[in-house]
Write a protein that binds this ligand. Structure first.
Ligand code: 2U9
Length: 344
């Protein structure tokens, strides 16, 4: 039996030596050390041995098992280490390789236009005010002299969230909220930039989401001539010294009297061309003296205070300044479009 065990030992050790991977080792382990393996078989026959032989065979069997087991473990460890080294080699990073270029973002053209316009107004003593895009019916309509069922509400088809909550159709609620904060004390001198929403079909000149900048000045003795003076300065600073302005009568429920501001056409210098539809003028914004009802709802006494307000579409300003022919360019994020404004 001792010879048989030695034979089995030599056989197993040879197989371990020949094993090429962890799988081979597993096979040897199962074949020689498993419950159904030959060493176990030999040990099962020990009952037939004499009392003298039994411990010797038992000891030999244990020595064989231990020897084979430790050789298998040694080789397993070597295979595992080799696999780890191989893995590390594959995963190693060559720190000397040049980096991939990171494409730098830039200011969105609308952001640049808003910032430029803000700067012009800040230069004339205005503050910048912002407010929520989800508004109540009161701030978006009622406080602006647009009670429920007022026909002028149709001018701005609205995204309603509930019967009382909506996506603001203009930034005017910010002005009312600011007036309330002033508690009837002038002066108020603010510009309010922000996103607004209207249920429009998107096309080259309409977008259901766009940017506005509105403004409000409230103080004692504010007149239409103040409005015109501010616009004369603003237009020359934003569009250029050579631009003229004119005011045309208009109507808005929140201003009385109301006007539209035109600037002389840059294409033809006022002579008339396709851009200005042969008129020599291009409409840029709406404005007017704040309606007494609106002053009252903002907490100001219309007998003591007066004010003017205005509103402009930022996309329109950007389109006029950079000759952009389709409003959808601002919202489709085509890098070929956006990259043209990296230094604007
Ligand atoms: C208060 C009082 C008055 C804001 C005004 C306009 C005229 C106007 C349009 C310009 C292009 C909207 O984006 S647009 O379609 N806006 O013509 N907005 S006066 O008047 C106000 C606002 C707030 C408290």
């Amino acid at each position: 039996m001792l010879d048989r065990l030695q034979e089995l030992h030599d056989e197993a050790m040879k197989k371990v030596a020949e094993a090429e991977d962890l799988n081979d080792l597993k096979e040897v382990r199962v074949a020689y050390l498993g419950k159904k393996g030959p060493i176990t078989e030999v040990m099962k026959g020990m009952g037939k041995l004499s009392a003298e032989e039994r411990p010797k065979v038992g000891q030999k069997a244990n020595e064989v098992r231990e020897s084979v087991k430790s050789y298998i473990e040694e080789k397993e460890k070597a295979f595992e280490e080799a696999a780890m080294l191989e893995k590390l080699k594959k995963e190693s990073i060559d720190v000397t390789l040049p980096g991939r270029p990171v494409s730098k973002g830039s200011r969105h053209p609308l952001t640049s236009v808003v910032e430029t316009i803000e700067d012009v107004f800040i230069g004339m003593g205005f503050n910048v005010a912002e407010g929520p895009e989800v508004e109540t019916d009161y701030y978006n309509f009622e406080s602006l002299n647009l009670p429920k069922h007022h026909p002028a509400r149709d001018m701005q088809d609205t995204f309603f969230i509930t019967s009382d909550l909506l996506l603001r159709t203009q930034t005017s609620p910010v002005q009312t909220r600011t007036m309330e904060k002033h508690e009837g004390q002038g002066p108020v001198k603010i510009v309010c930039p922000g996103k607004v929403y209207r249920r429009d079909e998107d096309d080259a000149t309409h977008s259901h989401q766009f940017m506005q900048i509105e403004g409000l000045v409230v103080d004692e003795g504010i007149r239409m001539s103040d409005l015109k003076g501010i616009f004369a300065t603003f237009v020359k600073q934003y569009f250029g010294e050579e631009r003229d302005i004119r005011l045309r009568p208009s109507f808005f429920p929140f201003t009385e009297p109301s006007a539209e501001l035109d600037i002389s056409c840059a294409m033809c210098g006022g002579k008339g061309c396709r851009t200005c539809k042969q008129t020599g003028w291009i409409e840029v914004l709406g404005a007017g003296m704040v309606h007494p009802n609106v002053l009252k709802m903002g907490g100001f006494d219309p007998d003591q205070y007066s004010g003017f307000a205005f509103g402009m579409g930022v996309e329109r300003f950007a389109m006029l300044k950079y000759g952009i022919d389709d409003i959808r360019h601002f919202y489709t994020n085509d890098k070929r479009f956006l990259n043209q404004f990296t230094r604007v």
